[in-house]
Write a protein that binds this ligand. Structure first.
Ligand code: GDU
Length: 287
């Protein structure tokens, strides 16, 4: 596996760098919340993939090597649509990328932060990604000028979503939905907290970590960062987190002891599927 990875990278290093502006972007796309699997599927983009849902532009060296991390459980319909949409768009963006679906094993309550931390550590062990994009499974990009590249500060890629009033974001400091970090930025904030079981506030916690680490997150052009949300109800195993309010009030005190460096998890499975790499993650209990 590692030998294959090395020779792949070496054979690409002689290619010219891809243009700063990807030439085949289409701009605004007509995406509706009712989009079907058939409508979103682009067979050619799927044929270009190598194992585990990975891709590299054939004629130029990508400017970014992006790992898409999707925390996930029990939303197969959304997942099937999102990964197909991503393959089409990310190839137009001329990225080298891999898609990682990180699923929480039952019976534990959903823990989005812990899943992302586990996904980050696994993807980092597989390849030398330069950008990690953490992506909700229900959110589809509507403008391919919203490039999934990282920057000198963490990026909050979402300027609005059909799930919120006026196709905006719920509050100014919102840091959920889709965010992008270089590995250095992600390690500097010590990733997500591992303590938020259930829905809510782990995204606010991450936003506070960014500020507390002397960084500030930025957003793309308002027009480019609009998303369409696929409809769903609150999941049974993702009820509102009972202790999130207390946790989010003491982020700086906890930040260095609770995060990607100190996560304890069990990886029950790591499989290379055609459209993505799949991980099944559980919580490691104290021995
Ligand atoms: N998720 C699953 N299965 C579940 C629960 C959650 O796959 O049973 C994943 C999905 O990727 C989903 C994400 O977690 O997109 C967030 O969960 P919800 O969609 O239920 O929550 P919201 O639509 O309210 O999302 C917002 C932000 C998220 C996150 C969340 C609070 O967009 O990034 O911060 O609030 O936990």
């Amino acid at each position: 596996h590692l030998i294959a990875e090395t020779s792949f990278t070496q054979s690409r290093s002689s290619l010219p760098l891809c243009p700063e502006q990807p030439p085949h972007l289409v701009g605004k796309m007509n995406i509706k919340p009712t989009i079907t699997l058939q409508e979103v599927t682009n067979e050619e983009s799927l044929r270009n993939l190598t194992y585990g849902g990975r891709y590299a532009p054939p004629y130029c060296q990508a400017r970014e090597k992006t790992a898409i991390i999707i925390p996930y459980r029990d939303r197969k319909e959304h997942l099937d649509i999102l990964v197909r949409h991503l393959h089409t768009v990310l190839q137009r963006q001329q990225l080298e990328y891999g898609i990682y679906v990180v699923e929480m094993a039952l019976p534990t309550q959903f823990n989005r932060g812990l899943l992302v931390n586990a996904g980050f550590r696994t993807a980092r062990g597989i390849s030398n990604y330069t950008c990690y994009v953490i992506h909700d499974v229900d959110s589809l990009m509507t403008d391919d000028r919203n490039l999934y590249r990282c920057g000198s500060q963490p990026i909050h890629f979402m300027t609005g979503s059909t799930k919120y009033k006026d196709n905006g974001i719920p509050y100014y400091g919102f840091h959920g939905g889709v965010v992008g970090y270089t590995p250095e930025q992600y390690l500097k904030v010590n990733g997500f907290s591992n303590l938020y079981f259930g829905w809510g506030s782990e995204d606010d916690d991450l936003g506070i970590r960014v500020e507390h680490s002397g960084m500030r997150y930025v957003r793309p052009n308002d027009e480019f960062g609009k998303y369409v949300a696929l409809p769903h109800v609150r999941d049974v195993s993702n009820q509102e987190s009972p202790n999130s309010y207390g946790l989010v009030r003491n982020v700086p005190a906890r930040q260095m002891e609770d995060g990607v460096e100190t996560i304890r998890f069990k990886r029950f499975a790591l499989e290379y599927h055609q459209l993505y790499t799949w991980l099944l993650i559980g919580v490691k209990e104290d021995e």
